[in-house]
Design a protein around this ligand. Structure first.
Ligand code: FCB
Length: 461
């Protein structure tokens, strides 16, 4: 470990992230509607341990305790998501006042403690009623999303510090609609691509809706994974480019005004949607509405090589990477990948690249309480320190990175893995809901105290 002090610029924003379905529980309370994750998690065989987010961290009832944990950390910002089905149970039509009131109170409680509320509008929990009408395959879902953004901003827009429209649309596309390992569980491979376009259209329409209601800056967050080629042939290089186009550029290029990447295995502009083109006149301009911040989630690089089979369904094979430490998720620990992706974004987009916030970074380990009831997670401290140093190096190389949000505040319900993967700075006993701050919590708290956390609303809109 580098012995020099970890030194981020003055005003750098330290935060933590969570998402609604992973922590809230209370899925049947106070008028919340069903989401695709309720349906998916109750389908036998979908979740590794057979669990669901019905209770999760019971945050809906314990949010005061959790805000206490945030206060204790001294973070300047907290990124959470609003559950669309809590606010608008059917995804269209009437608002649920109790749902909006929950987030309204949460925002006030955060502000009272000097913590900036950073609000993600869609972290994958689509109202089931919209899924029943085609979900993100349906162009109408983009318009419904903008309406939900409007009504949420009408209530919270005077106090939110940063809006994030979508969380990781690439993961929602690939895991949820192409491979079928996340809700809604569809395995359509490249036939899922309309879901990409409609999420992007929803983002663009939501940016306009948010601007009309709120002066807070607006962002979109995606997941990025630099390619590590596991072969040196021309087909390997072609496979690397295809994976890179889907994973790293499919969403970012159109948002930053470059249209869909030519290296995509399928040309979206040639696709049809009913009797019309999928990408209609004006769509790309809507999608390229200026944003103030680019949200970057980073966990690991990906090993890629040419498909082993000539008739493989995908134009790339993903392979494990040798030579890295691996987390409990078996993800390689590679802080240099974060530096590479940040400088790569800067090279690719130049002056079109807005300031960046690292909206998720973290790792899962098999954390247990020791006999004294403490939880030691030195691997997480190493991981976070290494990744913050990578951010610092990228800043030194001219990338405008404004903040870093650890995934996650709490051990929580990790999607298809159920309760099997612990990402928290705080250990949660899922039988008793007892929260125990880990040693990484103390480390992050001390780091923030040393660096001075600044409460800022990000760059001006
Ligand atoms: C990201 C998700 C987040 C969490 C982490 C581990 O892809 O945005 O909800 O599951 O991975």
């Amino acid at each position: 470990m580098d012995p020099s002090p970890l030194d981020l610029p003055a005003g750098f924003r330290f935060g933590v992230s969570t998402s609604a379905y992973q922590i809230e529980g209370a899925v049947g309370e106070d008028g919340r509607g069903a989401s695709i994750w309720d349906t998916f998690s109750r389908t036998p065989g979908r979740i590794a341990d057979g669990s669901s987010g019905d209770v999760a961290c019971d945050h809906y009832h314990r949010h005061l305790d959790d805000i206490g944990l945030l206060s204790g950390l001294g973070v300047g910002a907290y990124r959470f998501s609003v559950a669309w089905p809590r606010v608008q149970p059917a995804g269209s039509g009437p608002v649920n006042p109790a749902g909006l009131a929950f987030y309204d109170r949460l925002v006030d409680l955060l502000l009272d403690r000097g913590i900036d509320p950073v609000v993600t509008l869609f972290h994958w929990d689509l109202p089931q009623a919209l899924q029943d009408r085609g979900g993100w395959h349906a162009r109408d879902t983009a318009a419904r999303f903008a309406e939900y953004a409007d009504l949420t901003a009408a209530r919270l827009g005077d106090r939110v510090a940063l809006w994030i429209t979508l969380n990781e649309p690439v993961v929602h596309l690939t895991y949820g609609h192409a491979l079928g390992v996340h809700a809604p569980g569809e395995a359509r491979l490249f036939d899922a691509l309309p879901v990409a376009h409609h999420q992007l259209l929803g983002h663009g329409l939501a940016v306009a809706a948010l601007r009309a209601r709120s002066s807070a800056p607006v962002a979109i967050t995606n997941n990025y994974s630099p390619v590590r080629l596991a072969g040196a042939t021309d087909p390997d290089r072609a496979a690397g480019q295809a994976f890179d186009a889907v994973q790293n550029r499919l969403f970012t290029d159109p948002v930053l005004g470059r249209g869909y990447p030519a290296a995509l295995p399928v040309d979206l502009t040639a696709l049809r949607y009913g009797d019309q083109p999928l990408v209609r006149d004006g769509d790309l301009a809507t999608i390229a509405a200026p944003i103030d911040v680019l949200g970057v989630n980073y966990y690991n690089p990906t090993g890629v090589r040419a498909p082993a089979e000539a008739d493989a369904p995908l134009p790339f094979d993903l392979v494990p990477l040798d030579g890295y430490p691996r987390t409990a998720f078996d993800w390689p620990v590679a802080p240099d990948g974060l530096h590479e992706l940040l400088t790569g974004l800067r090279e690719r987009h130049g002056a079109d690249l807005p300031p960046i916030e690292i909206t998720e970074s973290g790792c899962a380990w098999d954390d247990v309480l020791d006999a004294d009831g403490r939880c030691h997670d030195p691997e997480r401290i190493d991981y976070l320190e290494g990744h913050l140093r990578a951010v610092r190096a990228a800043i030194d190389d001219g990338v405008d990175v404004r903040g870093y949000f650890v995934w996650s505040l709490l051990d929580n319900w990790e999607w298809a893995e159920g309760f099997g993967k612990r990402f928290g700075l705080v250990h949660v006993d899922f039988d008793t809901q007892v929260r125990t701050p880990k040693s990484s919590y103390a480390w992050y708290r001390d780091l923030i105290a040393r660096q001075g956390s600044t409460r800022s609303a990000g760059p001006p809109a």
